[in-house]
Design a protein around this ligand. Sequence first.
Ligand SMILES: [Zn+2]
Length: 97
Amino acid sequence: MRSIRRHIPQRTCVACRQVRPKRQLIRLVCSSNGNVAVDTGGERVGRGAYLCRAQECWDIGLGGGKLEHALRTTLALENREQLIRYGEEIREELVSG
Ligand SMILES: [Zn+2]
């Protein structure tokens, strides 16, 4: 017997390629001016990519160029640092519970 479950949107993390429920991932969106921002509401217009809430995935995504590849953009140094900081902040949140 299989229980009937409500459909949950699934997305793939660009770093580890794991498929997870959309709500567990963080959406990053590339605006028309090439700036990549964290899309907290998940509703911004633009090319989007998803990352887990894991520091490792942010390291791989930002350091390994996977995020840039997924968004078909090149991150400016300042923009990259901004996103790395965001990744560090969410890790702190996880540690503190
Ligand atoms: Zn991941």
